[in-house]
Write a protein that binds this ligand. Sequence first.
Ligand code: 6Z5
Length: 352
Amino acid sequence: FIKIVIQGICGRYGSDAGPKMATERTKRAIKVGFYDIEKTIGKGNFAVVKLARHRVTKSQVAIKIIDKTQLDETNLKKVYREIQIMKLLNHPHIVKLYQVMETKSMLYLVTEYASNGEMFNYLSHGALPEKEARKKFAQILSAVEYCHARHVVHRDLKAENLLLDQNLNIKIADFGFGNYYTPGSPLNTWCGSPPYAAPEVFEGKLYHGPQLDIWSLGVVLYVLICRALPFDGGTLPALRDRVLEGRFRIPFFMSTECEHLIRHMLVKDPNQRYTIEQIKKHKWMQADPAVKTILSCNTEENFEREEILEEYNEQALELMQGLGIDIERTKTALADDAYDHHTAIYHLLVDR
Ligand SMILES: CC1(C)C(=O)N([C@H]2C=Cc3c(O)cccc32)c2nc(Nc3ccccc3)ncc21
C-alpha cells in the first residue's frame, strides 16, 4: 500500500524517483556546425582536439578547436600558416583537412580522425619487427617526400606526431611547425623536439629544412626499431653534446643493413646526409616489394593529375543529391577549395 501511495505521489509531482529514470542522464549533445562532439582526444596550450561525428554522413572526424583570443600575433600567424599548409597537402599518409570554420574568437579545424592514436603509444606494445618498421617508415618517407616536393618541411617529425588510422596506417599530424622553404634560402628558427633535432639546429647554424627532416627521420627509424632514442641525456646540454658527438648505440638485434641506413641519415654534416632518393634506393628499404609500391606513389603524373581537378566522385554526388544538398553549389565549392560544409560532406562521403 505504502509503495502505491509513494508512486502515486511521485507520479503526480513528476519527480523521477523510479530507478530507470534516475540513471537516464540527459545527454545534452554539444554541436559544432554539423558535427556532434563526442570526447576530448588532446589538449594543447590554446587548443583542444575533440572527436566528433558528422550528423549527416555519420563519419568520425577530429576537430582542433583554437581560441584565437589566447594567441599573440606570431602564434596566430602560425595557425593560419598551418591551415594554408594543410590545404596544400593531399596525401594518404598525411592527416587531411576537411573543413575550416571560424568565428570572431574561435577557429575550428575539421580533419581526418586517426583512431589508433600516436605511434609513440603503439610502441608501448613493443618495438616493431624490421618488416613492420619498414612498411611504416616507407609510408612516413612517402609523406615527407610529397611535402618536400611542395617545398614544405615538417620540422617536428617525432613518434608523437606519427598517428595511426583504423588500419594502422601512418597519418602525419601537426604541421604547426611546418614552413615553406625555398632552396637556397635556409631557415634558422629553433623548433621541433630536442631528441629529434639535428646538430646544425643545436649549433644555431642556418639549416635547410629537408635535411633537418631527414635527420629526424633517422631518429624516428631508430625509435621504431629500438623503442629508445639514439641520443638522450638528462639535460639539454647533455643531449646537445651527444648529438654533436654523433655517437649512438646499435642494439644487437638490429640488422646490418638497417644500421647502415641509419648511420647514413644520422650524419652530422647535412650535405653528407642521405637524401630521400638515396633512402628509397637503400638495400634495407628495397628488401620488401610491398614497400616499392608505397614509395612509388609520388610520381610526376600523380602530381599533374592532382593539379587538374579530377572528375567528380559521381557516387558521392548522387548521395548528396539524395540528401537534398545543392550539387552545383558543391561543385563550385570544390573548385574554389572552399573547405566548407559542402566540400566536407563530399570528402567525408568519398573517404568513407
Ligand atoms: C586534429 C588532429 C590532427 C590533431 O591535432 N590531433 C591531436 C590530438 C591528440 C594528438 C596527439 O596525441 C598527437 C598528435 C596530434 C594530436 C589529432 N589526433 C587524432 N587522433 C588521436 C587519437 C587518439 C589519441 C591521439 C590522437 N587524429 C587527428 C588529430
